[in-house]
Each structure stands twice: as C-alpha cells, then as structure tokens.
Design a protein around this ligand. Structure first.
Ligand code: SAM
Ligand code: SF4
Ligand code: SF4
Length: 385
C-alpha cells in the first residue's frame, strides 16, 4: 500500500492450544480451526510519519464503501461457561493458556482507542468477550466509555453481551455506570438443555433472574440471543418465543456459525407463530426484524450463514490484547496495542486506523464456500462475538 503503514502479516508459528485429551470428531474439527490466544499472524503497523497524520472526517469508508460505525471490544478471553459451540471443555481446559493480565488492554487504553474510533465515525460500542462481566470493575470501563461523545456531541450507543450468569449481581452497578442496553445469551429454557449447552451445569433460573434484575435496575433495552443448533436446542425455539412474547425483551435467533458445514437455520421452516416483517432500525442492522401480528412485541433473526450481510457490515473488532480485526472470520489482526505501548501519538494511531479501514475488503460470508474452506479462524471468545 503506497504511503501506508500496513505490512504483510508476519509469518510466524501459531501458539495453538492442543487438546490434551482424545476428543470427538466435531471437537477435533473445531480445534483445528481455533487460534485461541496471542494470534501470531498479526500485521505489524509502523507508526505513520508525523507529516502524514490526517484529521478524521467522521466518515471513513472501506474499499467497498462501507463506513466504520460499530466497534466490538473483547474485554477478556476468559469465561465461566464452556458452551459446546464456543469454548469446548476439551480445548479450554485447566491447561489452556489464557492471556496474562499484562497482555490485556487497560481501561485507559481501551478508552483512548474508543475515542479515536469515534472520531472516524463509530457510534456504537459493544463490550463482549469471553464473559465481559468477569473483567474486574468492568463498570468503571462503562463509566469511562459512556462519558465519550461523537463529533456531533451525541452519546454513544453503548451495550454489552453477557451470558447473564452474574447479571443479577451486577445489573445495578452497570446501570449506574451508564449502561442502558444489554444483550443476554440464552440458548434454551429447559434446565437440562441449558446446563448441557453451557457444559458447566449452570442453572437457567439464575440467568432468568439476571434478566429480571436488569429490567428492575432500569436497563432500557434487553435483548435475548439464542444460538440455534439443529438437534441440540431447536426444540426450545417455541418455548423461548412464548416466554419472551410480551415481555418487552426482543428475542433473536442466531444461526449457529459452524463455518463450512452448517447450512444454517430458517425461521419460517420451524416457527409457526404469525409474524410480519419490520423495517431495519438503522443501516447495518444485522437482525431481520419480525413483529407478532397481535402487536405483542417482536423477534429477530440473525442469519449470518444463509443470508450474508457483508455488503453493509460496518463493524470492527478489538481483541482482548488490542488487535483490530476487520471481520469475524479475519485471518489476522492489526496490533494497535503495539502502537499504544510505543508511545505513538493520537494522530499517528488515528492515521493507522484510517489506513487499516480504507484497505478493508473483507466479506467472508458472501464468499463462504470452496474459497474459504480450510481457513483458520480466530476464536470467538478472543475476538468477541
Ligand atoms: N460470553 C458472552 C455471551 O455468551 O453472551 C459474550 C461473548 S459470546 C462469544 C458472544 C455471542 O457469540 C453469544 O451470543 C454466543 O452465543 C455467540 N456465539 C459463540 N459462538 C458462536 C457460534 N459458533 N455461532 C453463533 N454464535 C456464537
Ligand atoms: Fe462463554 Fe459466551 Fe462463549 Fe458461552 S458463548 S462459552 S458464555 S464466551
Ligand atoms: Fe462482516 Fe465479516 Fe460477518 Fe461479512 S463475514 S458480515 S464482513 S463480520
């Protein structure tokens, strides 16, 4: 890239977790794709020269004319669940090398980067992980982020995705810190199904209590995300729809992303509720919205496998250790932490972010198929879902 700051990804050996025990075929397939921590295939970034530092315009377009609007920040790669589709026990066991604390971005570093991304057009920030509520004092980070303003002076659309396990204890603190929206992941209502899916025997009643606590604490919007896996929890779809209909919480069904093998799941194949389609709330919304015909709320479908929405994907992802990824399925990240810790100026980091976004051409889901077979994926708990 002439005049740019990006270099080709460094070709060095990956530090991959190797399963210690003999594992089943599915798990082995999954571990083959896992690049859990300290992704070695990082594009190094040279700090841009001081004389080419550019002023952010608030509308940074990538090579496919997509603006930078959303930033997902993974605040920890750790989790107290071992969801079978995300952090299978066989891989994420007691010998697994999670990132040491010194490798994590500090709250000050995260806030500094957030400010830079906002100047380039980011309006929405989602904290994720791992389980973000496990990051010590995460409410302090929320306080820091909710004080940020867009160039027009608006507050951020700040939200957080959680497994809900400690939401009951944290809800009040989160609301007081300025969090108004939360998404709770919940894959079923039957206790046995839920315990089997989280694989740590966690009871569903505690998550439901967490949702109630968030509503009671004054959380203005609560979404519930259910990852649907055929033959695993598809029998929970109607139960979930009935439970959350009329609750004021929006339930969203998410296709299980088992890249290359899952053909995805279609709402109208399985759900017999009378629904009518709704318009998107904003450009780049990933969920298709459906309303109950009796006006008693809405549900959403995130069909990222069967109905790719790359053409208006406006999301960047910041990993726990400060690498920016331009796609959930990206092959490498760009090491912003290295710039932060090498005393680069805000202007230099901002220019590096502009260079990275301008060069972005990612559209994995549109290309999914033979061209993407066998590609190594970054693990969801590290990059943030
Ligand atoms: N621990 C938090 C939680 O579960 O909400 C936040 C991180 S988790 C990685 C974010 C979201 O990614 C969750 O809703 C989870 O269900 C979803 N997820 C993880 N692996 C997935 C997969 N293979 N396909 C679809 N969604 C997945
Ligand atoms: Fe943990 Fe969330 Fe992954 Fe489940 S989906 S293992 S709760 S990070
Ligand atoms: Fe965005 Fe990548 Fe998902 Fe396409 S595959 S919608 S580019 S994150």
């Amino acid at each position: 890239m002439p005049g740019g700051v990006l270099r080709h990804p460094v070709e060095s050996p990956l530090r991959r977790a190797t399963p210690r025990r003999r594992v089943g075929r599915n798990i082995r397939t999954m571990t083959d794709r896992i690049i859990p921590i300290a992704d070695a295939r990082t594009a190094s970034i040279r700090p841009p020269d001081a004389n080419r530092v550019e002023t952010p315009t608030g509308r940074m377009l990538d090579s496919r004319n997509r603006p930078l609007r959303d930033l997902r920040i993974s605040v920890t790669d750790r989790c107290n669940f071992r969801c079978t589709y995300c952090m299978p026990k066989e891989v994420f066991d007691k010998d697994y090398n999670f990132l040491p604390h010194s490798e994590l971005l500090t709250f000050e570093e995260i806030t500094r980067l957030a400010r830079i991304f906002i100047a380039h057009g980011v309006e929405k920030i989602r904290l994720t992980g791992g389980e973000p509520l496990l990051r010590k004092n995460v409410e302090r980070l929320i306080e820091m982020l909710s004080a940020l303003r867009t160039p027009e002076g608006s507050t951020l659309d700040l939200t957080l995705t959680t497994n809900g396990s400690i939401l009951g204890r944290k809800a009040r603190l989160l609301v007081d810190a300025g969090l108004k929206r939360v998404t709770v992941s919940l894959d079923g209502l039957d206790d046995a199904v839920f315990r089997r899916m989280n694989d740590v025997d966690f009871p569903v009643s505690d998550v439901l209590a967490g949702i109630d606590a968030a509503a009671a604490a004054g959380m203005r919007s609560i979404k519930v995300n259910m990852v649907v896996q055929r033959g695993v929890n598809d029998d929970q779809i109607l139960k979930m729809a009935r439970r959350f209909k009329g609750s004021g919480h929006i339930l969203r069904f998410i296709e299980f992303m088992d890249v290359g093998s899952s053909n995805g799941w279609r709402l109208d194949d399985v759900v017999e509720l009378p629904l009518r389609p709704l318009d998107a709330n904003y450009e780049g919304e990933v969920a298709e919205r459906w309303a109950y015909c009796d006006g008693d709320g809405e549900i959403g479908v995130i069909a990222s496998v069967t109905q790719a929405f790359c053409h208006d994907c406006t999301r960047a992802r910041l990993s726990t250790d400060g690498k920016v990824y331009l796609c959930l399925f990206a092959q490498h990240g760009y090491d912003l932490r290295a710039l932060l810790r090498a005393d680069a100026s805000d202007g230099q980091i901002s220019t590096a972010v502009a260079d990275i976004w301008r060069a972005r051409a990612d559209r994995y889901s549109e290309l999914r198929g033979r061209a993407t077979e066998g590609l190594k994926k970054i693990e969801m708990s590290y990059i943030g879902g």
